[in-house]
Design a binder for this molecule. Structure first.
Ligand SMILES: N[C@@H](CCC(=O)N[C@@H](CS)C(=O)NCC(=O)O)C(=O)O
Length: 239
């Protein structure tokens, strides 16, 4: 059975969504990053970059066990393992992959930085806040454009690119980051509704809530653990 190391955070939930859609048997091994568990030596053997998600599949290529980190690599792996959720060849495959890269290099990191400045930065960080808000808005604008010309972000069919974009889009909506843009982003909002209506998405969302209930909420982490997570204070390694 596949083991997924992680918690109820956006990059991990991408993998919940893919595993549920593909109906693969899997279990979650909780790694509570707000409690510093990503720095455990045992976990760092799986991912030296100390981040979730990590997937371990005992039935990997050639029947051998495989360990994979980075949500994008995991989604491509699962698509290739099953032959589903990603066009197999031709221009359609690169179209899906290029938009997947927009999620991995744009929406994900920019949203992460925006949340950091909203939640954790000292006051007076208005420049950084405005910068990341603009970057995040630009991604939603690009998504709106893509969805005005294609039924799914992946392409003609639903796939891993939609899966990758969904958790941060849902979080952004919940945090009010989409703000006034909601009215302007009609295709994006109807894609969100189409996503929410998928049974596998509903199952993944429920598993996300379950995982969240079992891990430390960022606002419950003690200040030293938070400093370690954010590598600041006594955990700052210098420049
Ligand atoms: N690019 C990575 C990002 C992974 C990531 O940032 N994971 C967060 C949780 S969503 C994490 O493990 N944070 C712990 C830390 O940065 O110490 C991916 O897409 O998998």
């Amino acid at each position: 059975m596949i083991t997924l190391y992680g918690m109820g955070s956006p990059n991990v939930v991408k993998v919940f969504l893919a595993l549920e859609e593909l109906e693969l048997p899997w279990k979650l091994e909780l790694v509570d990053v707000f409690d510093g568990k990503q720095f455990n030596p045992e976990f760092m053997k799986l991912n030296p970059n100390a981040k979730v998600p990590v997937l371990v599949d005992p039935d990997g290529p050639g029947g051998k066990s495989i360990t994979i980190f980075e949500s994008g690599a995991i989604l491509i792996y699962l698509a290739e393992k099953t032959g589903k959720l990603l066009p197999k060849e031709g221009a359609a495959r690169y179209e899906a992959l290029q938009w997947l890269m927009v999620q991995l290099t744009g929406q994900g990191p920019m949203s992460g930085q925006l949340v950091h400045f909203v939640r954790f930065a000292p006051s007076g960080s208005d420049y950084s806040l405005a910068r990341y808000k603009t970057q995040v808005r630009n991604v939603y604008k690009a998504m709106e454009h893509r969805l005005s010309t294609s039924p799914w972000l992946t392409g003609a069919e639903y796939g891993i690119t939609d899966i990758a974009f969904y958790p941060w889009s849902r979080t952004a909506d919940g945090l009010g980051f989409l703000g006034d843009d909601k009215a302007k982003h009609v295709h994006l909002m109807s894609w969100m509704a189409k996503m929410a209506a998928r049974p596998a998405v509903a199952r993944a969302n429920a598993k996300q809530d379950e995982a969240r209930a079992k891990t430390t909420a960022f606002d419950k982490a003690d200040s030293d653990t938070l400093d370690r997570f954010l590598q600041r204070g006594r955990w700052h390694v210098g420049t």
